[in-house]
Design a protein around this ligand. Structure first.
Ligand SMILES: *Cc1c(COP(=O)(O)O)cnc(C)c1O
Length: 394
């Protein structure tokens, strides 16, 4: 039905399953299980469940299914499985497809928990993990061999907003028979073309732009029907990282406004980045949509726009950044992103605190670096707030 629709229509209508009451807003089926009319029905459903037949909420649920179908339609994926958090999605995708002796090549600039899964968990089960500078195609070419099973990266890295070339890295991986798993949070489904660009599996923390209003943790894994039903689902349904129907309902509501929010956030992010460029109190402004971003051509080709995140580096290190964070009146200090509220994060002392100093230096996480997740507030109000906070920090 949704075949000819554009993304904004899909985000509102795709996957909707109405009950016999014909409700307008998607129904929440807050139930752990389902009743069978007869013992024969129960037996038949366990043998093979039809598209509208459910068994147990850990395996699937009608509200969760609506959410899965809607995101899969938006991304152009054959199938998907929704999870309890973004990390359940990342770890589930990787754990379900890997076994002892397998080899993974990953970019080094990762969300802290993704790094932990790759560096500390997979290796404990005998998986070999090699890290590369994700922006350097030569490093990918050197590291990926015929022995590589899986290639993993975040298409835009946190917090320094490096962009990884999905198409080129996928070509290198596929030439060596490896699967490509992309954590696509910073690109958002609005600016994502990851499957068309070569990704085999795409993962989102739906906690971010999809919920978009800081309410619920969630995640989703998207891919081929074979992978989702044959590999991921058995792993997820038996290990227990499934999404709650209540979260799926919140996220369905989030999807309805996601395109509007993300585009408005991107417009403000671009305006703020442009206004801050060359500011005397700043060492640098990092925004993928600015022409001075080292990969601006790739950003234009891969995403079209620079997205909702920017980072600034204040002169004066930690003291200046803390003064800046404390002086902001509209932007709040927290660590979520993609929220309707503008959020300031000091990665060196919070999200990336755990990293040793040399790793921080390698990733460009200095004491003056502040990550800004742009919200949907008025652009002028927000620019004024950030400017006065920079002033107060001097
Ligand atoms: C937030 C985030 C995650 C983890 O998601 P949770 O919903 O917090 O579990 C994974 N990857 C990236 C890039 C993220 O930003």
């Amino acid at each position: 039905m949704s075949d000819g629709w554009n993304p904004r229509t899909k985000a509102v209508h795709a996957g909707t399953r109405r009950s016999q009451y014909g409700e307008v807003s998607e129904a929440i089926f807050l139930t752990q299980g389902f009743v069978y009319d007869t013992a024969e029905d129960a037996a038949a459903r366990f043998e093979e469940a039809g598209p509208d037949e459910f068994i147990y909420a850990r395996y699937g649920n009608p509200t969760v299914k609506m959410f899965e179908d809607r995101v899969a339609t938006l991304e152009g994926a054959e199938d998907s499985f929704a999870t309890a958090s973004g990390m359940a999605a990342v770890s589930g995708a990787l754990m379900s497809m890997l076994k002892a002796g397998d080899k993974v090549v990953s970019s080094r600039a990762l969300f802290g928990s993704c790094l932990y899964v790759l560096e500390n968990i997979l290796t404990r089960y005998g998986v070999d993990v090699t890290f590369v500078d994700g922006t350097n195609l030569d490093e990918w070419k050197q590291a990926i061999t015929f022995e590589t099973d899986v290639v993993f990266f975040e298409s835009m890295s946190n917090p320094t907003l490096e962009v990884i070339d999905v198409k080129s890295v996928s070509e290198i991986a596929h030439a060596n028979g490896a699967l490509v798993v992309v954590d696509n949070v910073f690109a958002t489904p609005v600016y994502s073309n990851a499957f068309a660009q070569g990704a085999d599996v795409v993962v989102y923390s739906t906690t971010k732009h999809i919920d978009g209003q800081g309410r619920a943790l969630g995640g989703i894994v998207l891919g081929s029907r074979d992978f989702i039903r044959g590999t991921l689902e058995p792993y997820m349904k038996h290990t227990g990282g499934s999404m709650s129907p209540f979260t799926a309902w919140l996220h369905l509501k989030g999807l309805e406004t996601m395109d509007l929010r993300v585009r408005a956030q991107t417009t403000t992010a671009h305006a703020l980045a442009t206004r801050l460029q060359g500011h005397v109190a700043l060492e640098r402004v990092i925004y993928p949509g600015l022409t001075d971003h080292p990969q601006s051509a790739l950003v234009a080709e891969q995403m079209g726009k620079g997205g909702t995140m920017l980072a600034i580096e204040l002169k004066g290190g930690r003291e200046a950044s803390f003064k800046f964070l404390n002086a902001a009146k509209i932007a709040i200090i927290s660590n979520n992103l993609g929220d309707a509220k503008t959020i300031l994060t000091h990665p060196a002392t919070t999200t990336h605190q755990r990293l040793p100093q040399d790793q921080k230096a390698l990733l460009g996480i200095t004491d003056g670096l502040v990550r800004i997740s742009i919200g949907i507030e008025d652009t002028d109000d927000l620019i004024a707030d950030i400017l006065q906070a920079i002033e107060a920090a001097q």
